[in-house]
Write a protein that binds this ligand. Structure first.
Ligand SMILES: [Ca+2]
Length: 217
């Protein structure tokens, strides 16, 4: 997990939220809820999740039926326990992005790859949220550039608007992650058509439908 160690964390507001979530999850009783409350939703997660052993423990707990694979509903519930609300389609998209063996679920190796991507997004979010707990569109634009997406205005605002759940111009971490998951999936798909690497593709209607259906979140 050497790569993730390059994301040092110190975010006081997140730690405050963390304590609140701990209390909220207390009723759920188990150390899993605590681990999650200390992990995925918040900045503190980064140093926690850097640790492969902790990642493994987290994975095994989410894999409640011990199949060696996490399904989309299991992953969705685990995120929700950490106060990250994603639609099932976003979670399915996360799994598709790293489903190296194409079996529709996530094994530990795939999960580690997804986690690295999420850590990068989370770190970017934490650096920009300035204690507010959300990003405004200008921050989102800056964040996307840092994550590696430089969009023009029409593309940015259209994408931004479709992930602004409350239509208030405030993007929580789960909104920002959903947007990044969409963009990364779109980029992967685009690249699969852009075989000449020219930054341009030509699609017939069927291919266009294939692309939009694949990227639909
Ligand atoms: Ca898989």
């Amino acid at each position: 997990m050497g790569q993730t160690s390059s994301f040092p964390i110190s975010n006081q507001p997140s730690l405050k939220i963390n304590a609140k979530e701990h209390t909220k999850n207390k009723e759920g009783n188990n150390s899993f809820a605590l681990l999650l409350s200390l992990s995925l939703s918040l900045s503190l997660s980064l140093w926690e999740m850097e640790n492969t052993a902790i990642l493994r423990e987290w994975f095994d707990r989410v894999d409640s039926d011990h199949t060696g694979n996490i399904s989309a509903p299991q992953l969705k519930r685990a995120f929700a326990a950490g106060n990250l609300e994603f639609s099932i389609s976003v979670v399915q998209q996360m799994i598709r992005m790293y489903d190296f063996d194409r079996n529709g679920t996530m094994n530990f190796e795939e999960f580690v790859a997804l986690n690295k991507f999420l850590l990068k997004i989370q770190h970017t979010f934490s650096a920009l949220e300035r204690g507010r707990g959300f990003l405004i569109p200008e921050d989102v634009y800056e964040g996307l550039v840092k994550v590696g997406f430089s969009l023009d205005s029409p593309a940015f605002y259209t994408a931004c608007e479709s992930f602004d759940q409350n239509k208030k111009g405030r993007f929580r971490l789960d909104d920002f992650i959903s947007l990044c998951i969409f963009l990364q999936s779109a980029r992967n798909l685009f690249s699969s058509f852009d075989t000449a690497k020219q930054g341009r593709v030509s699609l017939d209607f069927n291919q266009f439908i294939y692309c939009t259906a694949n990227c639909r979140i």
